[in-house]
Ligand binder design. Structure first.
Ligand SMILES: [Zn+2]
Length: 484
């Protein structure tokens, strides 16, 4: 079967891609809703009409139900679920580890998943929880890699193997796991066992673990973040380079009367308004929704539409090159998401090579913006400027006598020659009144230029209020203070 993953647009480490599965195509980033054949609160054919190009279901649930097992073996998953899109099956290793009363092995589940016509199959990996010590994480990773090896020889031409990246909380193991998965030529790489991190709002650890896996994986791998599907964290996950998500949240939350938003989750019982533009919210009041006999299903439809709309918004942000702005906005909805965002910013030097070179704009949104990939790249590129003689960096761009060259200054980036005034990021950078963090960041650009031109004499011309920051960030530099 023709199978491939093609990246079309990039922003940060996020991408818009095309996952080709035979004659079908899944646009990524994509959300794969989780379907339980016993509880089809929204049917797969409805999902398809909503534009859902792929879904995921659990092979173990089919396997252990005599009714569904026979039906799927006889007619195939697509007919049983009445869904023409791409179907991925999970092996059910999580369910097996929690309540595995029916034994199933790696070989058995892989053959079964193919027999029922799944297009993306998952081996029986060992999902190592974050609490596991290093010894356990290492030995479970070895078992998982062995099962991936076995899977490579068992998966035929009608399916593609999704090879899970495990390693628990240990970044070097996640990196090694990523490398091993890519070395085996696996294109779809789910990052597994991260649900406990997300359930406990450990977004900083999530970012560390995912970026570690990404360091090991080939840039051409289609990365699935297993169990992630809350709209508030999708932008952050895409920015790290995750392409596929799966979510049972829309249905599970609906069952508990919970209403998803891009800012977090609320209880329907506490809402006086329905702050959403989807068809359910615009045709109901909170009261009519609470009283509806169809409440669970309507709430699930809302939850799903909010999540799909967020995926669309993320894709548009990647096209526009405004994903940092969207991540910044989303991650301020919860302090623990903000921790994840700051961890991502700390990793900007690692993300920078993945980022695109020009964008529509750079909106300054506070201190965090100073750490973005565009700033890292600009200051790295400053080292390429070849300068001679006496050089003035003038904060307001006005020259002064006695210098061979005058450079202007744009925080948070740093100095720039007049020729770059219209190019990205200098020309597309929108700033409020200058503040200390952005000027300080810009001064680090001056320091980079000074370091890479040791034979040149530099001076900075600025207002008195910035002179202290300049001498702190660029020690020993001559400062000419504007008196007017
Ligand atoms: Zn809604």
């Amino acid at each position: 079967m023709a199978f491939g993953f093609e990246v079309l647009h990039k922003d940060i480490a996020g991408r818009i891609g095309r996952l080709r599965v035979g004659s079908k195509t899944v646009r990524t980033p994509a959300l794969l809703p989780v379907i339980n054949p016993h509880l089809q609160i929204v049917t797969p054919s409805e999902l398809y009409r909503m534009g859902v190009e792929a879904l995921i279901t659990n092979a173990y649930i089919f396997y252990r139900s005599e009714h569904y097992r026979d039906l799927a073996l006889e007619r195939g998953l697509h007919a049983v679920l009445d869904y023409p899109g791409v179907i991925m099956t999970d092996s059910g290793s999580f369910q097996l580890s929690v309540y595995g009363d029916v034994e199933v092995g790696n070989r058995e589940t892989l053959l079964f998943q193919q027999q029922i016509g799944s297009e993306i199959v998952v081996p029986l990996d060992l999902p190592t929880p974050p609490s596991a010590d290093r010894g356990r994480a290492e030995s479970e990773l070895a078992v998982t890699l062995g099962r991936i090896d076995e899977a490579c020889s068992l998966v035929g031409e009608h399916s593609v193997l999704a090879a899970p990246v495990q390693g628990g909380i240990f970044e070097d193991l996640r990196e090694e796991a990523g490398r091993e998965v890519s070395r085996r030529g696996c294109i779809v790489a789910p990052i597994g066992a991260v649900v406990p991190l997300m359930e406990n709002y450990r977004y900083r650890d999530l970012v560390r673990v995912v970026l570690a896996a990404k360091r090991g994986l080939s840039p051409g791998a289609c990365v699935h973040l297993f169990g992630a599907g809350h709209p508030a964290m999708l932008a952050l996950a895409v920015a790290m380079g995750c392409d596929l998500f799966d979510s049972a949240a829309y249905a599970l939350y609906a069952k508990e009367g919970r209403y998803l938003t891009v800012h977090g989750t609320q209880f329907l019982s506490e809402l006086q308004e329905l702050p959403c533009s989807c068809s359910v919210c615009r045709s109901h009041t909170p009261e009519s929704l609470r009283r509806s006999s169809d409440r669970e299903r309507l709430l699930a439809l809302h939850n799903l539409q909010v999540t799909l709309a967020e995926i669309a918004r993320i894709r548009q942000a990647i096209q526009d090159g405004t994903l940092w702005e969207l991540v910044d906005e989303r991650c301020r909805s919860h302090p623990r998401l903000l921790e994840g965002y700051r961890e991502l910013l700390r990793s900007a030097p690692m993300l920078e090579p993945f980022d695109r070179s020009t964008k529509r704009r750079f909106f300054y949104r506070g201190d965090e913006s100073c750490l973005r990939t565009e700033v890292v790249r600009y200051q790295r590129d400053l080292a390429r400027f070849d300068l001679v003689g006496r050089v003035l960096v003038s904060f307001d761009g006005r020259p002064a006598p006695g210098f061979d060259r005058c450079l202007a200054f744009r925080p948070p980036f740093g100095p720039y020659p007049p020729g770059l005034a219209e190019t990205f990021p200098i020309g597309q950078c929108e700033l409020p009144s200058w503040d200390e963090p952005m000027v300080r960041a810009g001064c680090r650009g001056i320091a980079a230029l000074v370091r890479s031109n040791p034979g040149v004499t530099f001076a900075v011309r600025c207002e008195d209020r910035w002179s202290g920051i300049v001498t702190e960030e660029v020690p020993g530099i001559e400062v000419l203070v504007d008196v007017d």
